[in-house]
Design a protein around this ligand. Structure first.
Ligand code: MSP
Length: 511
């Protein structure tokens, strides 16, 4: 049976330029997608842009451009950014596409047919920035009397308009049961607790259409209403696998294995989305995993502070693989973290250049010099050889587990433990001193090092595809032998290795 894996990122609002926060979730999804492909899965990796709603309409107006022309331009910029970050998405979805409009229309009709949609009147608080309805108790009043959303600090306005409602209040018990029966369906536990207490607090029916602007998907049979942008946006995850055509080749990917989402948008993904799907008779996603935020030198990124980090610029300064590595290594996925150049440089120089780069360079130079550039064969193993190889061979399972939990930083820490052990091993074995005294043992030691680095490199490919590809070339691993399954077959003794070249440069401050 084919093993399938479906991973998605949030689709990004096209109301401004992409920044490192957007790149982060996309890169994390890319690492996961690449890892699953390496592990033999048929992967569907979806990302794209969220293009309707009042916020985007206002951004287009502010730019003096018609909405469609505006979203075309910004969506392309997001796509260029994803391409520049080496992101291997399988589909780029845009909510203004015809396939998506059809999908939303059909989902709406199915929910309506079950009696879960009714016409009413909304009167209450709305935040355009968050595209969210808020209850009074979710707001705080500033000294001047202005109200803002307590959590996001976004301004709110009072809206009063005819609106269709979704009978969310009817789904609380079903949602609680779902999370009870599926303990891994929402992570990390802090997000889960937040959502469970929100549901337990009692769900109110949700306004799912707007009438005071028109940039959205018309409600079937009520063209003066457009669908609430979150109902529209969430539906992207089923549009891309073919909904409503359940005979579409990709439909088998549903339910998605994991939606990666920022911690600010969990409620939409873990309450509303599940209820919409359940109401329409569709399965909810298997897991929603939320990520924390990046702050810059301790400050929230904002245009007014002028500290918005452009991912392409960062990659140009430090190297793309270096940035990808940093983002996944520096903080746990679910937690917040601070981005600063010193932290990047330190990871780059200590972990990439020293620990990993030097290990490869030292071992491979000795093979070039002392073994005629050919991969030595395996030989009788000492206890130390076995200890290192065992630790390396245990890595794939550890990394698999961490990938499934989105604990990317722990996967990298586990890999680095082996790299550090390999450095201790080479120092202790001192193969450079063995050339004259015991060349056979020297060859065995070098082979142990290559075998260890091969496992390490195989597992690091998803994080740093280009640099590790080059390292694999140097280790003499043929292209078709770079999967996890291929680790079972040893590299061929006597393979000619290319002249070693450093893969991970040290960062030197420009003069
Ligand atoms: N369009 C909605 C998502 C719809 S998904 C069906 C949206 N878009 S967004 O562009 O505002 O945000 C997209 C993601 O970027 C969110 O997951 C958000 O958490 C993330 N980030 C925005 N700024 C961020 C940081 N500074 N750090 C990390 N991620 C942050 O919400």
């Amino acid at each position: 049976m084919t093993k399938r894996f479906y991973v998605s990122t949030p689709i990004y609002y096209v109301n401004g330029a992409p920044h490192i926060g957007h790149a982060y979730t996309t890169i994390a999804a890319d690492v996961l997608a690449r890892f699953k492909r390496l592990d033999g899965y048929d992967v569907f990796f979806l990302t794209g842009t969220d293009e309707h709603g009042q916020k985007v309409e206002q951004a287009a107006a502010a730019a003096g451009v018609a909405p469609q022309a505006y979203v075309d331009r910004i969506s392309q910029d997001f796509r260029d950014m994803a391409d520049a970050m080496g992101v291997s998405y399988d589909d780029w979805i845009r909510t203004t596409e015809q396939r998506h409009i059809e999908s939303c229309t059909e989902l709406w009709k199915r929910i309506e047919a079950t009696g879960d949609i009714y016409l009413g009147h909304y009167e209450g608080w709305y935040s355009v920035r968050d595209e969210a309805f808020y209850d009074e108790d979710e707001l705080v009043t500033l000294p001047g009397g202005t109200k803002i959303a307590a959590k996001s600090k976004a301004p709110v306005e009072w809206v009063k308009e005819p609106s269709y409602f979704f009978r969310l209040s009817a789904w609380g018990d079903r949602l609680l049961r779902f999370y009870e029966e599926n303990p891994d369906a929402l992570a990390p536990s802090s997000s889960k607790n937040e959502i469970l207490s929100f549901i337990r607090g009692g769900l109110r029916d949700l306004s799912v259409s707007r009438t005071t602007f028109s940039w959205g998907i018309p409600v079937p049979g009520a063209p003066d209403h457009v669908m609430y942008v979150w109902l529209d946006a969430l539906t992207n995850y089923i549009t891309a696998v073919g909904f409503p055509d359940t005979a579409a080749p990709r439909w088998d990917f549903w339910p998605a294995d994991v939606h990666l989402v920022g911690k600010d948008i969990i409620r939409f993904h873990a309450v509303y989305w599940h209820a919409f799907l359940m109401s329409a008779g569709l399965e909810p996603p298997k897991r929603v995993s939320s990520n924390g935020w990046w702050v810059v030198d301790g400050e929230k990124m904002s245009k007014s502070l002028g500290n918005v980090v452009e991912p392409r610029a960062l990659a140009k300064t430090f190297g793309l693989d270096q940035i990808r590595y940093f983002l996944l290594r520096e903080k746990p996925f679910g937690a917040d973290g601070s981005l600063n150049h010193q932290a990047i440089i330190s990871r780059m120089n200590v972990e990439l250049a020293n620990d990993l780069g030097n290990l490869a360079q030292r071992s491979l130079s000795l093979i070039a010099k002392n073994c005629d550039g050919k991969l030595p064969g395996r030989g009788p193993a000492t206890a130390e050889d076995t200890a290192l190889l065992d630790a390396a061979n245990a890595l794939p399972d550890l990394v698999r587990l961490n990938m499934d939990r989105q604990t990317f930083h722990e996967a990298l820490e586990d890999i680095w433990k082996v790299i550090r052990s390999a450095n201790a091993y080479i120092d202790h074995q001192a193969p450079w001193a063995l050339k004259k005294t015991d060349p056979i043992r020297m060859a065995v030691v070098l082979r142990v090092l290559v075998d260890t680095m091969r496992v390490v490199a195989t597992l690091l490919q998803p994080f740093m595809p280009v640099s590790i590809g080059r390292m694999m070339d140097q280790l003499g691993v043929p292209l078709e032998s770079r999967s996890l399954a291929a680790l079972a077959a040893p590299l061929a003794d006597g393979t000619s290795l290319p002249t070693p070249q450093g893969v991970f440069p040290r960062y030197v401050e420009p003069a």
